[in-house]
Design a protein around this ligand. Structure first.
Ligand code: CA
Length: 728
């Protein structure tokens, strides 16, 4: 219970907000693009371009940008949230779906809402307990919770008004995406396509929470009848008994609404399992996986679809941001969707008809050579479906561009994209060996981290996945400028009318570049990795740039990158203004415990321990047991935790903190082997830190050279083996 002091404080803080509270009406949302002071919806306006027309901060004065305030959130496990700002109030989410309302000028807490997500459900979150933000409508704030609820809160007090369970709690659904508003309805999707669910989007009456419509993205069991014509048509593109594993197709992030056309666009995710052959054994396109589907906003009825990756087999999704832009194309005005999803192509799609106008790769892409614009279908390269043999495929399932928002400046005509250039090996699980696990990942191929000496693996993970900020001309489909980043997984972007692009990076920086040229103009150390997209707004007559900082999420967690020096695990919101003089508290020095000695196991047992670690632990604790800092780095576990290792993994000793139990898939002997691998890694790490600096530096230099050579050879072999135009 809140103390009376806390209640009094929140009332006083509420009164102190300078600007008058206004309801977020349909009219305000319709003209949000031209209204510079607020950030009323996830992508700022219904166009989802993330362009701020504010120019008080510009290329000439951005060097004066300083911290105005920061707000530390109480939860760990990462930040992906885009804050919304209306009338001087900021609404931002943190992990475990907690919502904070802050004074946008000072960072003072106005209220806090914790939906109290049961921590033991964390087993079903592929990518951490993260959340990407809220929606605003009239006098309410809406949040989707990890355990599948949609909750409406009173915007001034944070008091819950209504909530609905949007998913079957017995199934492995989760919600991490921000709800969207369309004509008095709240739209919400869900996630869980790695855990055998069937995707859908639901529209609820924003006032009452009553369900208006639901659109499934993949067909269910034909014996039970189809919900719509669209499902009956989709079922013709599936084979085998796909419904048993749900089919996937979750809409876990992007939804867009065009009020002029009355259409809702949903970005549909990958199949369940990923491996096409195991999902739909006799082939088929598997509609509407990896598609943009346009729906009638009032009824949820199917209008058109564009499937980007027919028969998806690599965890490619169309769930990434859809920016709605009006352009001139071949002399004609066109209303388009600009889309740069995981599969590595930048798509221009007519949003009235679904016609594919153009698709060109913006990163290294091997799975397809190009698109046939007559049919709207990709031309695949042979062997990439890993059916006969394993295959090296670019991009990986992490995507060439994932959920991290992009931004489009109508002034420069450029899209600013956080890009990850990275490939991975796919080795399919034979059908006779495929045994889906009930509470766990079922993807249908080997999950195995790279093998080799510790520093080699670190060099590999630091240098093969290349992260950059790409300024892309969407009409000419070409790169205009690019900034290569030190680390692969970086934040979303914000473009402003001040000729600026802002982006946070995973090496703890927050930066501004000139939007037209890419000239670096400003940097600020934020002590934590940034994944989210920044926002801009005006409060008390002054322009602010704000961003949430925190590691976590699939890209950051899995890649196994050493935490940079001066990192804090504290997740926070930071707001900047010209001549801001606030400071962050110093980062406490990290004290790493001495590891326990290695366990007496054979080489084969150690290898088995690593296999089990890769399969069940690496997704959160990182490749090679190197954590991103959003959850504990197992190499640096205090001795006491090693004494309780088995109880943590098998009995759920840390379930309340979000560490699931694995007693359904692991036995005591297997846990012992995982612990042996973790202690092996802990000791390797301690030995490296104890070694003379020159020796470590020399070895690191050597491994970087080896990795550089490997990268060169790999790319040469890709060029040699994949002709520019493959046979169809
Ligand atoms: Ca996925």
């Amino acid at each position: 219970m809140k103390s009376w002091m806390a209640v009094l404080w929140s009332v006083l803080a509420g009164l102190a907000v300078a600007e008058d509270w206004q309801p977020v009406t349909e009219e305000r949302l319709l003209r949000a693009g031209d209204d510079p002071d607020h950030w009323l919806s996830h992508g700022r306006s219904w166009r989802e371009q993330r362009f701020s027309p504010l120019a008080d901060i510009d290329e000439d004065n951005v060097h004066r940008l300083g911290l105005a305030w920061h707000f530390d959130v109480a939860t760990q496990h990462g930040m992906e949230s885009t804050p919304l700002v209306a009338d001087g109030r900021m609404y931002v989410t943190a992990s475990w779906s907690v919502v904070y309302a802050l004074d946008a000028a000072t960072g003072e807490l106005l209220w806090e809402y914790d939906p109290e997500v049961p921590r033991e459900t964390s087993i079903r979150y592929c990518c951490g307990a993260i959340n990407r933000g809220v929606a605003l409508w009239q006098d309410k704030v809406y949040v989707g919770t990890l355990d599948g609820r949609l909750v409406a809160l009173e915007a001034r007090s944070g008091e819950p008004v209504w909530q609905v369970q949007t998913t079957d709690p017995e199934k492995n659904y989760s919600i991490t995406g921000a709800p969207r508003i369309a004509g008095g309805q709240v739209l919400i999707g869900n996630g869980g396509a790695e855990y055998d669910v069937r995707g859908y989007v639901t529209a609820y009456d924003a006032e009452t929470g009553a369900q208006r419509w639901r659109f499934h993205t993949v067909p269910g069991n034909p014996a039970e009848g189809f919900e719509s014509e669209a499902m009956a048509r989709a079922a013709e593109t599936w084979t085998g008994e796909w419904w048993k594993l749900g089919g996937g197709g979750t809409v876990w992030d992007a939804i867009a609404y065009d009020p002029e056309l009355g259409l809702v666009y949903i970005g549909v995710g990958n199949g369940a399992p990923h491996n096409h052959r195991l999902r739909s054994p006799d082939g088929g396109d598997n509609l509407y996986l990896t598609s943009i589907v346009a729906l009638d906003a009032r009824t949820g009825d199917y209008v058109w679809h564009l499937q980007q990756v027919p028969g998806e087999s690599w965890d490619y999704t169309a769930t990434q941001q859809m920016a709605l832009v009006d352009i001139e194309w071949q002399g004609e005005p066109r209303r388009v969707i600009m889309h740069a999803p995981k599969a590595g192509f930048f798509y221009l799609i007519d949003r009235e008809t679904g016609e594919l106008l153009s698709a060109e790769p913006f990163a290294t892409v091997t799975w397809a050579s190009h698109y046939d614009l007559e049919t709207g279908r990709p031309v695949e390269r042979p062997g990439q479906r890993y059916e006969e043999d394993k295959a090296l495929v670019f991009p990986t399932g992490l995507g060439a561009h994932n959920w991290n928002p992009m931004s489009y400046s109508p002034l420069t005509g450029l899209m600013y994209l956080p890009v990850l250039d990275f490939g991975g090996e796919f080795k399919g699980t034979p059908a006779e060996e495929f045994q889906p696990l009930e509470r766990h990942w079922n993807v249908g191929y080997d999950i195995q981290g790279p093998r080799g000496p510790e520093l080699f693996i670190q060099a590999l993970m630091q240098h093969l996945p290349q992260g950059s900020l790409l300024a892309w001309d969407p009409l000419a489909q070409r790169e205009v400028w690019r900034v290569r980043h030190a680390r692969p997984t970086n934040g979303g972007t914000l473009a402003t009318a001040g000729n600026l692009v802002f982006q946070g990076t995973s090496d703890n920086g927050f930066h501004a570049w000139r939007a037209d040229t890419g000239e670096p103009l400003w940097s600020w150390p934020v002590q934590n990795g940034v994944q989210a997209g920044p926002v801009s707004y005006r409060a008390n007559g002054e322009q602010y740039i704000a961003v949430t900082a925190g590691r976590g999420g699939a890209l950051s967690m899995v890649l196994g990158l050493e935490l940079p020096d001066g990192s804090t695990p504290v997740n926070r919101v930071l707001a900047f203004r010209l001549d801001g003089e606030a400071e962050l508290p110093p980062v406490p020095a990290r004290v790493l415990p001495e590891p326990l000695p290695r366990m007496a196991v054979s080489r084969a047992e150690l290898e088995r321990g690593q296999q089990l670690y890769d399969l069940f632990c690496s997704r959160c604790h990182g490749i090679h047991a190197v954590s991103d800092g959003s959850i504990p780095d197992l190499r640096h576990l205090p001795v006491a935790w090693h004494e309780h290792f088995e109880a943590v993994v098998l009995e759920g000793l840390m379930e309340r903190a979000g560490m699931p139990r694995f007693d359904d898939v692991l036995d005591r002997d297997e846990v012992r082997l995982i612990q042996a691998f973790v202690l092996e890694r802990a000791n390797q790490d301690a030995e490296r830190r104890a070694a003379p600096a020159w020796w470590t530096t020399t070895r690191q230099w050597f491994y970087r050279k080896v990795v550089g050579a490997l990268d060169w050879m790999m790319r040469r072999s890709i060029e040699a083996s994949t002709p520019a135009t493959a046979a169809e």
